[in-house]
Design a protein around this ligand. Structure first.
Ligand SMILES: O=C(O)CCC(=O)C(=O)O
Length: 262
């Protein structure tokens, strides 16, 4: 897949590009078949929901221990657009799977940019990083979709602080104040990212985003793959392998059938 000039312009203007059903159902079913084993893991890479210890909030580093997700991280439909948008070679800084379970277990995500913890804790110099968001489940209006402020990446690094829900929970969520949110939401508006499973959004790491509790009975899983430009490799190593990958080798795409051939 090669992005057109107008798609690149759209990315630069809005801070994201959205492709409905970029992956097909066969690929998504292969990915889904690994989920039970992933959620059974007991390591620190699996973060539980604050109010429901039986529910997974995040599974970090899935591309390291699940072959199907490893192949997803190298899928040409994901990797090539990222390389084109960043205009250079990339490595995968962090992957995290968010199942966003139903019945209210999948709790909200306060408004944040992804870049602050990458910058402040991992030593990522510039926001040359893209969050490829691959919908594993259908992400429809009633399942608390991901909400973004289109264009907000142009604001650069916003003032933020560690969210109370993330304190001591093993992950970083640096949220902004209500005043900042109000100003930016009035300026840029808010859009939901809605699509069927297999849809993909390529999101600039400074786009402000968040989501509400999932009170529907259905899960709303999205895998977030944060690719960083090789020239922008992180300089600090305080966080573990599953949050701050230290292998900066440039990634090369596999072939189009890489997941189907599993
Ligand atoms: O999937 C969601 O609802 C939000 C997750 C999120 O914002 C993130 O992982 O950065």
């Amino acid at each position: 897949m090669i992005l057109t000039e107008s798609q690149i312009e759209e990315y630069n203007t809005k801070g994201y590009l959205f492709f409905p059903s970029l992956l097909d159902i066969e690929e998504i079913n292969k990915l889904k078949s690994s989920l039970t084993d992933i959620y059974k893991r007991k390591g620190p890479e699996i973060i539980r929901e604050k109010n429901d210890d039986s529910a997974t909030r995040l599974a970090f580093g899935v591309h390291k221990y699940s072959e199907s997700f490893h192949r997803l991280s190298l899928h040409p439909k994901i990797l090539n657009p990222v390389k084109q948008l960043l205009n250079e070679d990339v490595y995968l800084h962090q992957s995290r799977l968010n199942p966003k379970q139903g019945f209210g277990s999948g709790a909200s995500w306060d408004w944040h940019q992804d870049f602050p913890p990458f910058h402040k804790i991992d030593g990522m110099l510039k926001p040359k990083c893209i969050m490829a968001s691959i919908f594993i489940d259908d992400c429809i209006t009633v399942k608390s979709p991901l909400l973004v402020l289109p264009g907000s990446h142009k604001e650069g690094l916003l003032t933020s602080s560690l969210h109370k829900d993330a304190k001591g929970k093993g992950y970083e969520l640096h949220h902004i104040t209500n005043d900042i949110l109000e100003g930016l939401a009035n300026k840029y508006g808010i859009e939901p990212l809605i699509g069927l499973s297999g849809s993909v959004a390529f999101v600039h790491c400074n786009v402000l985003h968040g989501s509400a509790n999932n009170v529907s009975p259905w899960t709303r899983s999205i895998i977030y793959m944060n690719y960083n430009a090789v020239s922008n490799a992180c300089t600090k190593d305080t966080r573990p392998w599953y949050q701050n990958n230290r292998d900066f080798s440039p990634l090369n795409p596999l072939d189009n059938d890489c997941i189907k051939s599993l």
